[in-house]
Design a protein around this ligand. Sequence first.
Ligand SMILES: Cc1cc2nc3c(=O)[nH]c(=O)nc-3n(C[C@H](O)[C@H](O)[C@H](O)COP(=O)(O)OP(=O)(O)OC[C@H]3O[C@@H](n4cnc5c(N)ncnc54)[C@H](O)[C@@H]3O)c2cc1C
Length: 300
Amino acid sequence: MLGGQRFQDKPEITASRVFFGKKTITLPISPCAKSIPRYELDLALLEAAREAGVQAEESVIVREVQQQNSFHVRTTDKSFTARAVVNATGRWSQLTPHHAPQKEKWIGLKAHFQEDAPPMSTDLYFFDGGYCGVQPVSPNAVNACAMVRADAARTLQEVLSRHPELRARSRDWQPLFAPVTTSSLYFRQPQTEHRGMFMAGDAAGFIDPFAGDGISLALHSGSLAAESLASFLQAKGSLVESHLQYRKTYFKRFTPGFRNAARLRMLLSAPAWLNSKLIGLAGTGPVARMLVRGTRAQIS
Ligand SMILES: Cc1cc2nc3c(=O)[nH]c(=O)nc-3n(C[C@H](O)[C@H](O)[C@H](O)COP(=O)(O)OP(=O)(O)OC[C@H]3O[C@@H](n4cnc5c(N)ncnc54)[C@H](O)[C@@H]3O)c2cc1C
């Protein structure tokens, strides 16, 4: 398994607690999940790819990709041709199509804080205009990560005061680094191809962060793109056929998760009076369980 030994000491998350208004629902996570910092996961992936024979280059920016018969790729320091290209450069890169901004502006905020013996659960605190997720990253530190409408809160301190239980929990937190804020988060229909490139991860589609499934989707869609390209690279079919195969499977596996997460986002944006009624309904155990399942990738 990827990095099996090196992640052994990471916190094991055995439950998810969802705080909706005065309601708290606890959902077991079984088998348990490991809380792994993104840099460590990326390093493990890079090493696994190299061990499998991939030639990986670091600190290189791809400036341009043009499709003629093959693809012409221009980077910061060289140019080369490729038979196929998978674009996994995330949602903000110049290689990813940008769509007209939406009316509602959402932002992401994150920082690590010192907390002694945090509960081994992923805790989601919902409030009017957004939510904040809190998860242990070590035996005495937590990651607090929020997605909020820009008009609801501008700083992480404001976010921490938006839910009474989160306010009480964070009273003695000491920041371990200055909070990081993302550019605006926009949501659009997933797109699996752009200028001949296969799109994977956030470049293809960005799922609401509260689903906690973005990295899993990035890994699964990247693998699927590679599997779908195999027949083209083995000269058993065309690039267009490979893409159609990728598109079909991508939409079957991943769009239910995008759709259900978008529904939940709409629930969060509803007017307060409606929001509290809907949240009351979503706060019942079976509905919450369905929502968690409904935002996962449908991998058999
Ligand atoms: C506030 C917030 C909270 C989140 N919480 C969670 C969570 O709890 N769980 C979860 O699973 N997901 C979460 N996500 C989502 C998750 O971060 C993304 O879904 C995931 O990072 C997507 O991975 P990716 O590899 O597709 O894109 P990215 O992680 O964006 O990686 C793209 C990479 O491509 C590089 N790049 C860009 N342009 C170029 C170029 N031209 N040339 C070369 N390289 C380039 C970038 O530098 C970057 O390293 C959250 C996101 C936000 C904003």
